[in-house]
Design a protein around this ligand. Structure first.
Ligand code: ADP
Length: 490
């Protein structure tokens, strides 16, 4: 009896929606398929949202993805997730707390984010990591990652990096019966007369216009706009230029679609001007190097300019390092020695990357500092002096020139490794404004009913600079909240 009544109610609802549908102001009636929850974007946040929507009572969940595959930037990332009090910290006797983590994440973002948003991420990050590990089946390494901006090693890293997180999420979504449509691009959000978001208009694989109604809610999880040069140029106020001369670490799909769609129906955007550059990337691809691992592994590493001189804290915040490299004309060199490479087992793990980079002329290895300097036409005399000073500072535990406080590791003997690096657009901190329940807020400060957002499409969490390894904490925590709340109509 109840079931029959619910079914009848849904039919009436869909008919009502069809009759009152307004697609971004155009009065046209349409028909389409109906779901409880529609999630847009099958990256990290979208997969988490779709799973949680299903788990929390949504019977029909649709996940649409404009690319022919899932994963987005999350697939390309290392999927390292910062969480205080995690199992590896406990094993290694590292003291940490959510208060300390929240302070560092918020201060690292220039105290620009709403602190309560940072607290939500931080307070739920460990639970997110345990959920990924125990419910989703992500397998983690037995070491911690220590990115700049964190006072202690704090992030867990999946074996197999981004794919090691995305594929188990995808398996879980499929197992739960989430319907996934690839090559399906959301174009517009559909709003009814009361201002409630009731669905999504999209273009399907055949290039046809299709409509998906969402009875309970739409979750936007379309990622950032790092690959959209026009948007970068429109919003950037900090860097001299972010035109096509600056490459990106992002997937070409990171074009800010969700931000544009949400803005069109009245969503408030925030922090759009804050665009993060990843400081040190392979000049051939614009993407970060695996073989620069010493900079996030608590190890010895030195950055020098063409003149053979240090210019920045090599393990400091990403924005400081990016600024430092730009001030050297946009090119820098990272140097470490054989002992460092051996401790991290780099030559075995990254054998292919070393070979490719050697062939491309962006990496070189030699016995002496003079030889690596000569290869890249760096001032050798200065480089030798720089390394002497670096070792003095590291041994004294005090770096009076650049204030390095962590990874105080001297490097005295060759052979030496050297990489050439450039900055790339990495993360767009701005996006749609959400509240602590992942509901999208409009320009009047009110909740847009039926619309939720999570991940890089939002602008409320990272302030003016995202601290390394906090993106995955954000997308999993808010992806889960958005999916659950959409399913429950919160
Ligand atoms: P996040 O880290 O916030 O989860 P990702 O970059 O990992 O972001 O994922 C965003 C996903 O959204 C990508 O897979 C991307 O292809 C997809 N996407 C972006 N725009 C659209 C759109 N208009 N329609 C459908 N999918 C989209």
């Amino acid at each position: 009896m109840r079931k029959g009544f619910t079914k009848l109610l849904s039919v009436l609802l869909v008919v009502g929606m069809v009759l009152s549908l307004t697609a971004c102001g155009t009065e046209e009636t349409q028909t389409g398929s109906s779901y409880d929850v529609v999630v847009v974007g099958a990256g990290g946040a979208g997969l988490c949202a779709a799973i949680e929507a299903k788990v929390h009572g949504a019977e029909n969940v649709l996940l649409i993805e404009k690319m022919p595959f899932a994963g987005g930037n999350t697939l390309l990332s290392w999927a390292e997730l910062a969480c205080a009090g995690n199992w590896l910290q406990i094993e290694q006797g590292i003291e940490d707390s959510n208060e300390q983590f929240a302070k560092e994440m918020w201060e690292g973002g220039g105290k620009v984010a709403r602190k309560e948003m940072v607290d939500i991420v931080v307070n739920n990050a460990l639970d997110a990591a345990l959920w990924l590990r125990d419910e989703i089946g992500v397998v983690y390494q037995d070491y911690l990652v220590h990115e700049g901006g964190h006072s202690v090693p704090r992030a867990v890293e999946p074996v197999d990096l981004g794919p090691g997180m995305i594929y188990p999420l995808l398996d879980k979504a499929e197992e739960l019966g989430v319907e996934i449509l690839y090559d399906t691009k959301a174009e517009e959000l559909l709003v009814n007369d009361e201002g409630r978001v009731i669905g999504v208009q999209a273009t399907n694989q055949e290039g046809e216009e299709v409509t998906f109604f969402a009875e309970k809610g739409v979750v936007l999880a379309t990622g950032g706009f790092g690959a959209n040069v026009e948007m970068r140029q429109k919003y950037n106020t900090r860097w001299e230029t972010l035109d096509e001369s600056v490459q990106t670490t992002n997937s070409p799909a990171a074009t800010g679609d969700g931000i544009v769609m949400a803005e069109k129906i009245g969503a408030q955007l925030e922090n759009m001007e804050h665009i993060q550059l990843y400081p040190f990337n392979n000049p051939m691809t614009g993407v970060f190097y695996g073989i620069e691992a010493p900079s996030w592994s608590g190890e010895g590493i030195v950055y020098v300019n063409q003149d053979g001189k240090r210019f920045v804290n090599e393990v400091g915040m990403r924005d400081e390092r990016a600024e430092g490299i730009l001030a050297q004309g946009g090119v820098a060199y990272a140097i470490y020695n054989q002992e460092v490479a051996d401790r991290l087992n780099l030559e075995e793990i990254y054998a292919d990357e070393y070979a490719q980079c050697l062939a491309d002329g962006v990496f070189y290895k030699a016995d002496t500092l003079e030889e690596i300097a000569e290869y890249f036409d760096i001032n050798a005399e200065n480089l030798v002096e720089t390394m002497e000073k670096y070792n003095e500072y590291m041994k004294a535990g005090h770096d009076p020139e650049f204030g390095r406080k962590t990874s105080m590791v001297p490097m005295e003997e060759g052979p030496w490794f050297i990489l050439k690096g450039v900055v790339s657009v990495h993360h767009t901190m701005g996006g749609v404004m959400i509240d602590t329940e992942a509901r999208v807020i409009n320009t009047e400060g009110e909740i847009i009913e039926g619309l939720y957002a999570a991940g890089e499409v939002t602008g409320s969490v990272h302030g003016n600079n995202r601290v390394g390894t906090c993106a995955i904490s954000d997308i999993v925590v808010f992806g889960r909240i958005a999916g659950k709340n959409a399913a429950q109509g919160i």
